[in-house]
Design a protein around this ligand. Structure first.
Ligand code: PHE
Length: 333
């Protein structure tokens, strides 16, 4: 019987050594040391032994084996407990180094900076700021600007149509000029207003074209406004925005909503000409669409691309760089 006891003890120690988690350790311990376990069975069998000496020797062997297994079970249990606690701590660990390092400070995007400076400069020249909707009616974007349906100038604007209302009645505005109409319909002249905002053209992007970009529109309506006021305003703006060693010029051009129309260029101190935008005297049909009497009021309008201007000003080779959100680009401005 003593050999059986020793074999049972070795088997029990081997089972305990093999457990890999706390639940297993507890289950194996209960199995080995419980009422139905091998050692309880040996104790029951002691009574069947023939001599007192045999009983004494076997009893001592059972007690020693039981204490050895109890000690091993307790040791294994606390080992498993420690291991599980360590796993839990590792899983719940918080990386505080992120909180400890000082965050770097952001700044406005190069186009936002240009937008804000433009507003500042125009406010300095006595203008107010207005904004219009990005989703426009065909009427505001084209028809009220003297471009009735089928007008050939419409094809210059590759238009995104919005699935809303009657087919073709709603567009993503292709320029900020529709805000001219909204301003005329809302405010009594005299009007001295600039209207910056996002515009959309359905065209393939390349180094000089984006499908989503920004323009700023200018509108002046008052009594007796002439082309000289337009040229003077463009010149004053050029010097206030770019610097006193810059000048501007107007070149004849065509827009359906201005008559006469011109494009305006900026001359840099090194003598290069930079094409900036379009302008002209507000067409009588446009004044009428805005609810104003062309006999009483006259005015001028201009519009140009903010992204393009920022691109030229900073010598950016490809406009798409400005929206790639690459920090190596963005942090330069
Ligand atoms: N809306 C014109 C464009 O997008 C620019 C412009 C504005 C021209 C105002 C004349 C007057 O090209």
């Amino acid at each position: 019987m003593i050999d059986e006891i020793l074999a049972a003890r070795d088997g029990a120690l081997a089972r305990l050594a093999a457990v890999t988690n706390l639940a297993d350790a507890d289950a194996v311990t209960a199995d080995l040391l419980g009422k139905k376990g091998p050692f309880a069975a040996f104790k029951t069998r002691l009574g069947s032994l023939a001599t007192v000496d045999e009983k004494k020797a076997a009893g001592q062997a059972v007690n020693e084996a039981t204490s050895a297994v109890e000690a091993a079970a307790a040791a294994r249990r606390s080992e498993m407990q420690r291991a599980e606690r360590a796993t839990q701590l590792a899983a719940e660990r918080l990386d505080l180094t992120e909180v400890m390092s000082r965050p770097t400070r952001g700044h406005a995007h190069v186009v936002t900076q240009a937008w804000q400076r433009l507003e500042d400069v125009f406010i300095g020249l006595g203008f107010q700021i207005a904004e219009g909707p990005e989703v426009e009616t065909d009427w505001h974007n084209f028809e009220a600007l003297n471009m009735p349906p089928q007008h050939p100038a419409r094809s210059m604007h590759d238009t995104f149509y919005v699935d809303h209302g009657a087919p073709g009645s709603t567009v993503l505005r292709t320029h900020t000029s529709p805000v001219q109409i909204r301003v005329m319909q809302t405010i009594e002249p005299p009007i001295y207003m600039v209207m910056p905002g996002r515009v959309f053209r359905n065209e393939t992007t390349d180094a000089t074209h984006l499908a989503v970009f920004h323009q700023i529109e200018g509108l002046v309506i008052d009594r007796g406004i002439t082309l000289a006021d337009l040229a003077g305003t463009i010149e004053k703006f050029t010097q206030a925005f770019f610097g006193v060693d810059f000048t501007s010029r107007l070149r004849p051009s065509f827009f359906p909503f201005t008559e006469p129309s011109a494009e305006f260029d900026i001359r840099t101190p090194s003598g290069d000409w930079l094409e900036l935008g379009g302008c002209g005297m507000v067409h009588p049909n446009v004044l009428r669409a805005g609810g104003l009497d062309p006999e009483e009021w006259s005015g001028f309008a201009f519009g140009f691309g903010i992204d393009r201007m920022a691109k030229e000003r900073h010598g950016v080779a490809d406009v798409r760089e400005m929206y790639a959100n690459d920090l190596r680009f963005v942090t330069q401005f």
